[in-house]
Design a protein around this ligand. Structure first.
Ligand SMILES: C[C@H](O)[C@H](O)[C@H]1CNC2=NC(N)=NC(=O)C2=N1
Length: 156
């Protein structure tokens, strides 16, 4: 009992451990959340500042401003064209389950690019970060080219 108490005390007194634990807990929260219907009446866009605060929870994704519309963007290199389509199918399964959908691009035969934003409000909402976090959690390593892709499993 004493050891547990001491161990817990050490954790609490060490801000880096407790902070990372809080951070990890927060990360888990985002990827286990559910998207809300995009026609929800009080769905509000996130400010760029609020979006930036969520970026650490969707590692590998970039926050881009596309002609005034904030979006999440990430790209991967896949082994083959058909593995790119398999990647799309994995993402589509998540999107359909969430009722929230990304823009999927497969260019130059082996470059997968995904953009996520909330069309109904022409900006970013928490839905987009939930979807991005769930995409990060997909087991797609076997579809990716070992050479040039950023690790797909990035602490999601
Ligand atoms: C009613 C339902 O929520 C809407 O049709 C959904 C479908 N998927 C969607 N996906 C995205 N990214 N944005 C939307 O506005 C959106 N609307």
């Amino acid at each position: 009992m004493i050891r547990t108490f001491q161990a817990r005390l050490a954790t609490l007194s060490n801000p880096s451990i407790s902070l990372s634990r809080t951070f990890c807990r927060t990360m888990e929260v985002l990827s286990t959340k559910k998207c809300v219907p995009c026609n929800t009446k009080d769905l509000r866009t996130l400010t760029e500042e609020a979006a930036n605060q969520l970026m650490p929870q969707v590692s590998g994704w970039d926050l881009v401003n596309d002609g005034g519309t904030l979006k999440l963007h990430r790209s991967w290199k896949v082994k083959t064209f058909t593995k790119g389509l398999e990647f799309f199918q994995e993402v589509a399964n998540v999107a359909e389950a969430e009722g929230h959908h990304p823009d999927l691009h497969l260019v130059g035969w082996n470059n997968v690019k995904i953009d996520i934003w909330t069309h109904s409000v022409s900006g970013l909402t928490e839905n987009d970060f939930i979807l991005a976090a769930k995409v990060n959690g997909l087991d797609v390593q076997h579809l990716l080219s070992e050479k040039l892709s950023r690790p797909a499993q990035t602490g999601a």
